[in-house]
Design a protein around this ligand. Structure first.
Ligand code: COA
Length: 261
């Protein structure tokens, strides 16, 4: 499906590409973009034919350059707070989507753009990628989980440099820091994202959904509780048809056909 501000298209069986599509505004997140993203995530969650989502930005210059600052003018608190609540809800929905997500970043991923990337399971950066949380330059601070996800993902000193100095992280540095799974020339980004998405199609969907939950929830729990959670997940998966199929396919030396059951 294509609409003005968010393009949603199946690019290969099982793989959907969501492209933020306001290139003249560096794909800034207007309220409408947030609404469209919310709807797209609901459609994707409900469609068992969709296995992997690639998020990207239209045009050469940006993934997403943050919230649409034009909507901030006038210091009206009510719509501002509503926008922040909505963004947080939708970003959380993205993070907890029970299917793998890949952020493929070319150019600016600032503010809400970086926050969206931090909600994805894999970040791939083109050499041109510039990641940052520059809200301090506006006299503000992040509101869509960016400060908290970045400090958890990259530690206090990286988060401090990025926020207190409004420093942008290059694609190469994001890779060195372990934020990005890879950095590649800009023209290879689409291929790199597709390669990873295809690999994800081979992993059982229920296992992916459960492992996503483990990765999301585990680090906030004490280790023994997190390990108990891990084993609960494994024991539940062991009883599924997909586990039976996966083991049988290995022993029969054939590709597994998972049905998500
Ligand atoms: N909200 C609204 N519009 C934005 C935007 C945003 N977050 N980011 C960029 N734009 C718009 C610009 O206003 C400009 O529109 P115009 O051509 O109608 O004037 C267009 O996108 C191109 O941006 P421009 O600033 O001219 O490009 P640049 O190369 O000089 O600078 C950035 C690029 C990303 C450094 C700069 O646009 C920027 O700092 N953006 C804001 C980033 C930010 O603070 N994000 C967090 C928001 S809470």
């Amino acid at each position: 499906m294509t609409d003005a501000v968010l393009i949603s298209e199946t690019i290969e069986p099982g793989i959907v590409r969501l492209a933020f599509n306001r290139p003249d505004k560096l794909n800034a997140l207007s309220s409408e973009v947030i609404r469209r993203l919310d709807e797209a995530l609901d459609r994707i969650a409900a469609d068992s034919g969709v296995r992997v989502v690639i998020l990207t930005g239209a045009g050469e210059r940006a993934f997403v350059a943050g919230a649409d600052i034009g909507e901030y003018r006038g210091r009206r608190a009510k719509p501002f707070i509503a926008y922040q609540h909505e963004s947080r809800r939708v970003f959380d929905k993205l993070e907890s989507l029970p299917k793998p997500t890949i952020a493929a970043i070319r150019g600016y991923a600032l503010g809400g753009g970086f926050e969206i990337a931090l909600c994805c399971d894999v970040i791939l950066c083109a050499a041109s990628a510039r990641l940052g949380l520059p809200e301090g330059l506006l006299g503000l601070s992040p509101g869509g989980g960016g400060s908290q996800r970045l400090v958890r993902a990259a530690g206090k000193y990286v988060a401090s440099e990025v926020m207190l100095g409004a420093r942008r992280i290059t694609g190469e540095r994001a890779f060195q820091l372990g934020l990005a799974a890879a950095v590649c020339p800009d023209e290879e980004l689409t291929t790199a994202a597709l390669e990873r998405a295809r690999a994800m199609l081979k992993v059982a969907p229920l296992a992916q959904a459960e492992m996503k939950r483990l990765i999301r929830i585990g680090p906030d729990a004490a280790l023994p509780a997190a390990q108990t959670l891990e084993q609960e997940v494994l024991f539940r998966l062991y009883g599924t048809d997909d586990a039976e199929e996966g083991v049988a396919a290995f022993l029969d030396k054939r590709a597994a056909r998972f049905r998500g059951e």
